[in-house]
Design a protein around this ligand. Structure first.
Ligand code: PAF
Length: 266
């Protein structure tokens, strides 16, 4: 297991792996890994010869009033977990390595897919995500890249960006991993007090209620969240594709903003 912090070293490792005939799996993360990330690493390690995990808290995707400075970090723990789950390489660059000239002048905007829901609540967020993921793809080279479905709109943004810009990257979406009581795993769950942690299950309960009444899903989800005094709804929406309805929800529990989603087959 190797840990590198420069673009040149990361690129060299992955180029050498491909030159030796090995397939590469990429798991982009912002660190503070949990079981959701572990499932992505395991899937990559099962599919690919070499799995590389990136750990980078990307300033571009945080709004001015968001939690960039307090975002949880523990690189030693991340490295141990990545190794235990089968990764061969961790890329953990400092901000100056990724953005050496200070603020980046280039930004990728994925129109339409970035609109609404997270895009509406977090202006500029998806531009920051698309820009850093494009940069990671440009650095990593041909690979499969693994993303969790919890960030459902993010996954759609990344898929579209990779297709539009012809990156030689296969995007693999992986199922949400949940705590026993249904709460979707998230690095931000550590912000919750014990009382808020219990209240946070309202998102998943709202999704189940919405799934049971798909014609009224948005209103049903909103009504369920309204029963929890510690939760404040941001949005509850349904997106229809040819094979499913996707229910998506975001709410603030205390000061922590949580998201979740669920697919309902047609
Ligand atoms: O989902 C995340 O952790 C981040 O948005 C990502 C994809 C690693 C980009 O910084």
């Amino acid at each position: 297991m190797r840990v590198v912090d420069t673009i040149a070293a990361f690129r060299k490792e992955l180029d050498a792996a491909r030159a030796a005939g090995k397939s590469v799996g990429l798991v982009p993360t912002m660190g503070y890994l949990h079981e959701g990330h572990a499932s992505l690493i395991r899937r990559s390690a099962a599919d690919c010869d070499v799995t590389a995990v990136t750990v980078f808290v990307n300033p571009l995707q945080f709004g001015a009033n968001e939690d960039l400075s307090t975002y949880p970090r523990d690189l030693d723990r991340d490295v141990a977990m990545a190794e235990a789950e089968g990764a061969a390489l961790v890329f953990a660059p400092p901000v100056e390595e990724m953005y050496p000239g200070g603020p980046v002048l280039t930004s990728i905007h994925v129109a339409e897919v970035s609109d609404g829901m997270e895009g509406a609540s977090r202006p500029g967020h998806f531009d920051g995500v698309a820009t850093v993921v494009a940069k990671l793809f440009a650095i990593a080279g041909p690979c499969r890249a693994y993303f969790g479905e919890k960030d459902y709109q993010q996954l759609a943004v990344v898929r579209r960006m990779a297709a539009d810009l012809s990156f030689p990257v296969d995007i693999v979406g992986c199922p949400i991993v949940r705590e026993a009581d249904g709460l979707a795993m998230s690095s931000r769950n550590v912000y919750l007090s014990a009382e808020q942690r219990t209240a946070a299950t309202i998102l998943n309960r709202a999704l189940h209620a919405g799934a049971a009444d798909i014609a009224n899903a948005s209103a049903v989800m909103a009504a369920v969240v309204a029963t929890e005094p510690l939760a404040q709804l941001d949005y509850a929406e349904v997106v229809e594709t040819d094979h499913e309805y996707r229910l998506l929800i975001a709410a603030r529990v205390g000061t922590t903003r949580l998201i979740d989603n669920m697919g309902v087959e047609k």
